[in-house]
Design a protein around this ligand. Structure first.
Ligand code: PXL
Length: 277
C-alpha cells in the first residue's frame, strides 16, 4: 500500500486541514500518516478559537520514524502556523526526501486577496522559500501572488497573467506549479498548471457553483495528493481533484449557511472512490 505523510493542524470543528485530508486520502486506499502541527477548537475564521501549538513534537516524531526506517510516497504540507514550523519543514523535507517521493506544498495563508488571521507578508516570503524545495505547489491565486509579490487581480485577468504566475512559481524551483481558483469566464472556475518537463500548460474547469465554502482548498489538495500517489498522472489527478471539489460543493447547495463549517465532502466520498478505481 502506498503511504504518505501530511503535516497540518487539527481544527476540531470546521472541516479543513487534517479532518479533511485524513478521511479523503484514506478513502483513496493510501495510508495517511499525520503530523499534527497544532490543535485548534475551530479553524481561525471563527471567533475565540483555542490554539495548542505542537511544534516541539515534530522533530521527535520524524526522528522516531527514521529510526524505524519508515518512508513515504509523498510528503504533503498544509496549514502551517508559524515561521518556526516553516523552518522545521525544510529540515523535514531534507530528512524524508527519497529519490522517488514527491513533496507537495499547499501554502495555506490567504484567499480572496486577504491573509487569514495570523498571516502577513513575512510569512508569505518564508513560505515562498519553502516552496523552493517542493516538487508540486497548489496555491490559490491570492497565495501565489502574495508569495511572488505580484499584483493580485480578482477577476478580468488574461491568460498571460496566469502564465506569469506559473512561471514565477517554476522559477522558485517547483517542477509542477498548480494554481487553483482560476476563472476567465464568470460561470467557469478551475485550475491551471505548468508541466515543466514537457513545457506545457494544462487547464481544467467546471461550472462555478453559487456558493463559497471554507476548506475547499484543503479538499482539493488532499484529493489531488491521493490521486497523484495512485499514479493517475498530473493531468488526471487535477481533473479528479477539481471534479471532486465540485461534487462536494453540490452536497451543500441546500445548506448554504454552512460556509464556515466546510463542505459536506463525506457525502461525495463514494464518488471519489469510483473515480480512482
Ligand atoms: O482551510 C485552511 C485552514 C486550515 N487550518 C486552519 C485555518 C485554515 C484557514 O483559515 O484557519 C487552522
Amino acid at each position: 500500500m502506498k503511504r504518505i505523510v501530511t503535516i497540518q493542524d487539527i481544527s476540531c470543528v470546521g472541516k479543513c486541514s487534517l479532518t479533511v485530508a485524513l478521511p479523503i486520502i484514506s478513502a483513496m486506499s493510501v495510508e495517511t500518516a499525520i503530523i499534527p502541527t497544532a490543535v485548534l477548537s475551530t479553524h481561525t475564521a471563527f471567533k475565540g478559537f483555542t490554539f495548542t501549538d505542537l511544534t516541539d513534537d515534530i522533530k521527535d516524531i520524524v526522528n522516531h520514524w527514521k529510526s524505524e526506517d519508515l518512508d513515504f510516497d509523498a510528503i504533503y504540507t498544509g496549514y502551517l502556523g508559524s515561521l518556526r514550523q516553516i523552518e522545521i519543514m525544510k529540515w523535514l523535507f531534507d530528512t524524508l526526501k527519497t529519490d522517488t517521493n514527491s513533496i507537495i506544498v499547499d501554502p495555506v495563508m490567504a484567499d480572496h486577496g486577504k491573509f487569514y488571521t495570523g498571516f502577513n507578508q513575512d510569512f508569505a516570503d518564508n513560505m515562498a522559500n519553502l516552496c523552493q524545495k517542493a516538487d508540486i505547489v497548489v496555491p490559490n491565486l491570492t497565495e501565489a501572488t502574495f508569495m511572488l509579490k505580484m499584483p493580485y487581480i480578482e477577476s478580468g485577468y488574461d491568460k498571460q497573467y496566469i502564465y506569469d504566475i506559473l512561471q514565477g512559481l517554476f522559477k522558485l524551483g517547483v517542477k509542477y506549479p498548480i494554481l487553483t481558483g482560476v476563472s476567465f469566464e464568470e460561470e467557469k472556475l478551475g485550475v491551471m498548471a505548468y508541466i515543466s518537463d514537457t513545457d506545457e500548460y494544462f487547464e481544467y474547469y467546471n461550472d462555478k457553483l453559487p456558493i463559497a465554502l471554507h476548506g475547499t482548498g484543503d479538499i482539493f489538495a488532499s484529493a489531488f495528493t491521493g490521486a497523484y500517489v495512485n499514479e493517475k498522472g498530473l493531468k488526471e489527478s487535477l481533473k479528479i481533484a477539481t471534479d471532486f471539489v465540485c461534487e462536494c460543493m453540490k452536497c451543500n447547495l441546500n445548506d448554504k449557511d454552512a460556509r464556515w463549517y466546510g463542505a459536506n465532502f463525506e457525502e461525495a466520498i463514494p464518488y471519489l472512490i469510483n473515480r480512482i478505481k
